[in-house]
Design a protein around this ligand. Structure first.
Ligand SMILES: [Ca+2]
Length: 82
């Protein structure tokens, strides 16, 4: 299996890990997003910063981050890191 396919599997696995903690398993609540940011990106995020991330990622304006919205976030990170 190609590395890129493997990487995409990991991206999905990370989403599932946090999305499965509370409520709908197909989306991230703000609390789940906060934990993901803290554990996956390291460092401390203030609740204001988490709010800003949430707002920026929540393209459809509902109360959760969908997998699609999360993928946009991962792609944005990849551009920043790369
Ligand atoms: Ca959303």
């Amino acid at each position: 299996m190609g590395e890129l396919i493997a990487a995409m599997g990991i991206i999905r696995k990370v989403f599932d890990k946090y999305a499965g903690e509370e409520g709908d398993k197909e989306s991230l609540t703000k609390k789940e997003l906060s934990k993901l940011l803290r554990e996956q990106l390291g460092g401390n995020f203030s609740s204001k910063e988490v709010d800003e991330f949430f707002k920026g990622l929540n393209q459809d304006g509902d109360s959760v981050i969908s997998y699609q919205e999360y993928v946009v976030f991962v792609a944005t990170l990849a551009l920043m890191v790369g």
